[in-house]
Design a binder for this molecule. Structure first.
Ligand code: COA
Length: 317
């Protein structure tokens, strides 16, 4: 038994915050943000929205594209670093909002690599026959957990959600998944839960940008080699790279590592900023809908985030 992607969906909030808008209230410039990160704008959720609302819209969109109704879904996995509640899971809200049966629903916490983790878990459940159809959704409201007075982090993040419907199949869609964690580097990218950690100073995202950058390029490079080797493939076999969208310079480094021209890389970081667990399924959905990624294409998904965690999936779409 294999798993394959049956449908994709996404949701981006209407409100857009450009770099020029940011210039109005923090000490930054469009030029600095663009040259260091590639980001030009990000989407910001409405005050009335929850993370689960964003996820639900993306899931509906994905179910529609797969031609499935709520009674056909066996499991929902939500990847998020910005859950609405400390407990229960955002997945329980999404399950209810989508009108699903009393199926398994849970959250995965793996920061920006959350979607890769959710996809890998879903793939295992389908391969073992425990479930036939699983929704995996990455959803974030990172604009709620950044300190808008900290220019080194607040310019980087955005809100959004992306989902895939994964289904059982005779032919392989998800060819392999690879996940890693180096907990010794926990302190270079994190957002403390200040209700639990009494000594933490603020709940906002804290990041040592240069260190994160250095680790990301090294680890993702290793991951690309690991993924290709596991499938007996070479760089030339990959049709599309869909990387986590944190920084255009990290994305370019991965394209170079794969000897890929940038027109074979799906880039959304300019328009969306870093949407953490949502970035890969958002980019996949855009590329599927605009016709770049076609059935049969070999697609490499890779991500890196706080933990540190990193993960990949090689997919025959
Ligand atoms: N606007 C203007 N100046 C800024 C700024 C902003 N928004 N943010 C920081 N600066 C300043 C700093 O204060 C510093 O000034 P100084 O030299 O006078 O002290 C200078 O720019 C350089 O800061 P630094 O943090 O060293 O910049 P950088 O080249 O490393 O770029 C990042 C910063 C965050 C863009 C980069 O490190 C990065 O992308 N890291 C990886 C982040 C990432 O991927 N995170 C998510 C992983 S999932």
């Amino acid at each position: 038994m294999h798993s394959t992607i049956l449908g994709t969906g996404s949701y981006l909030p209407e409100k857009i915050l450009t770099n020029k808008d940011l210039e109005q209230f923090i000490d930054t410039t469009d030029e600095w943000i663009t040259t260091r990160t590639g980001i030009k704008q990000r989407h910001v959720a409405a005050d009335t929205d929850t993370t689960a609302d964003l996820a639900t819209r993306a899931c509906r969109n994905a179910m529609e594209s797969a031609g499935l109704t709520p009674d056909q879904i066996d499991m929902v996995i939500v990847a998020t670093a910005t859950s609405d509640d400390a407990f229960p899971s955002t997945a329980s809200r999404v399950q209810h909002a989508l009108g699903l049966r009393n199926i398994v629903a849970f959250d995965v916490s793996a920061a920006c690599a959350g979607f890769n983790h959710g996809l890998s878990i879903a793939d295992q459940y389908i391969k073992t026959g425990f479930a036939k159809i699983i929704i995996v959704v990455g959803c974030e409201m990172l604009t709620r957990v950044v300190d808008w007075a900290d220019r080194s982090t607040c310019v980087l993040f955005g809100d959004g959600a992306g989902a895939v419907v994964l289904g059982a199949s005779d032919t392989p869609g998800v060819l392999s998944t690879h996940l890693h964690c180096d907990g010794s580097q926990h302190g270079i990218l994190y957002a403390p839960n200040t209700l639990v950690q009494k000594n933490a100073d603020s709940p906002f995202v804290k990041m040592e940008g240069r260190e994160v950058f250095r680790h990301a390029v090294t680890r993702l490079g290793e991951l690309v080699d690991e993924t290709l080797a596991a499938n007996n493939l070479t760089k030339n076999d990959i049709d599309w790279l869909i990387p986590h969208q944190a920084n255009i310079r990290i994305i370019q480094a991965m394209a170079k590592k794969l000897d890929m021209s940038m027109d074979k890389v799906i880039v959304t970081v300019d328009a969306q900023g870093n949407t953490s667990a949502a970035s890969i399924p958002l980019a996949l959905d855009i590329a599927v809908r605009d016709g770049r990624v076609k059935r049969g294409d070999l697609v490499l998904l890779e991500s890196f985030g706080g933990g540190l965690v990193w993960g990949s999936a090689l997919i025959r779409y």
